[in-house]
Design a protein around this ligand. Structure first.
Ligand SMILES: Nc1ncnc2c1ncn2[C@@H]1O[C@H](COP(=O)(O)OP(=O)(O)OP(=O)(O)O)[C@@H](O)[C@H]1O
Ligand SMILES: O=P(O)(O)OC[C@@]1(O)O[C@H](CO)[C@@H](O)[C@@H]1O
Length: 315
């Protein structure tokens, strides 16, 4: 199995609040609440650990509420490369209604100063030693500029290992300039990047083609219950999403990305990688938070995924 480093520059304590139906402007009473350490790169790390890989996790972490994260790192036996900064890691609220709708209220995150950014940069040689693949996922905390992020991803790229990027907005735009091997925007994030709605598969294919021209080898576009499209060198595949009981969609994209990473690291044919990735994404929807506590559950989900080629006309 492989060694993987995931960066979460803006981690979060995810507070998931489950209730029958959210009613705005009145007191809502939740049925259950769960608080757990998360953030995109850490969610990816959970899945990759469950699939058998050895993980190092890094980014910025607030000094004032680090305990839950330290506990997670110790339980999962992750090497901890996080730079501690003054203040609190943010709390992101996820309101999960009984019909499967999830409303996210994500905090900005704690201020990260130039010293902390330099400290993370300075640790790259040590962090990158022996890694087979790097994942950079999530938003940028206040103080971290998109230009800095572009340089950061470029520095990772220079180590010669595949860099997988999942971000949005200005961070996605900046990260793409550093030619990551793979990006995984959802369809809304890619539409925002493109500056136009990408409604049809032909639009996605055209945008992916443009990104290939910028040096991004793999463009993986997630579309929630509508599945996922993967545009790679000389290939375009679409996977359907299996029908699953919905608990929370939070972390589905991270799970999909982890599945893709696993397939790439295993040297699998594209169809096999995409099938697994779609199955891991679907599994995430059936539970709170990311992870594959029972790998056997992936088998029926993989069988329920249909893969077909995206035609030139976008069918
Ligand atoms: N309702 C669903 N049923 C089955 N599979 C799903 C469902 N929602 C998501 N998935 C799977 O998970 C993948 C990622 O989902 P989605 O497109 O919602 O990612 P995302 O917007 O990046 O999510 P997040 O940022 O919350 O992790 C989809 O491509 C699909 O394979
Ligand atoms: O604000 P960001 O960094 O874009 O996203 C953060 C986040 O919504 O992403 C994960 C799900 O993908 C959650 O664990 C976390 O709260």
């Amino acid at each position: 199995m492989a060694k993987v480093l995931t960066f979460t520059l803006n981690p979060a304590l995810d507070l998931t609040v489950q209730l029958p139906q959210l009613q705005l402007g009145i007191v809502n009473r939740s049925v259950e609440q769960h608080l757990h350490p998360a953030g995109k790169g850490l969610n990816v790390a959970r899945v990759l650990t469950d699939l058998g890989h050895t993980l190092t996790v890094a980014g910025f972490l607030g000094m004032d509420n680090h305990e839950a994260f330290d506990g997670l790192f110790a339980r999962r036996k992750w090497r901890d490369g996080f730079v501690r900064v003054p203040g609190q890691t943010r709390c992101n609220v996820k309101i999960a209604e009984a019909d499967g709708r999830v409303t996210d209220v994500n905090g900005p995150g704690m201020q990260v100063d130039a010293g902390a950014q330099q400290a993370l940069f300075a640790s790259l040689d040590a962090l990158m030693a022996d890694q087979d693949l790097v994942v950079v996922a999530g938003s940028l905390p206040p103080g971290v500029a998109p230009d800095w992020f572009a340089g950061f991803v470029a520095a990772l790229h220079d180590y010669g290992k595949p860099v997988l990027l999942d971000s949005s907005g200005a961070a996605l735009r900046a990260g793409i300039t550093a030619r990551p091997a793979l990006i995984k925007p959802n369809i809304n994030e890619l539409s925002e990047y493109a500056g136009r709605p990408l409604a049809a598969l032909a639009d996605l294919a055209a945008e992916a083609e443009r990104l290939h021209g910028l040096g991004v080898e793999h463009v993986v576009v997630s579309m929630g219950s509508d599945g996922v499209c993967w545009f790679g060198p000389g290939m375009a595949l679409r996977a359907t999403s299996p029908k699953v009981p919905m608990v929370s969609t939070v972390g589905a994209g991270d799970s999909l990305l982890a599945g893709m990473a696993h397939g790439l690291l295993s040297g699998w044919p594209p169809e096999r990688s995409l099938r697994l990735a779609a199955a891991v994404g679907a599994l995430a929807v059936t539970q709170l938070g990311a992870g594959v506590p029972d790998v056997a559950k992936l088998e029926p989900l993989q069988q329920a995924v249909t893969i077909h080629a995206v035609q030139e006309d976008g069918q």
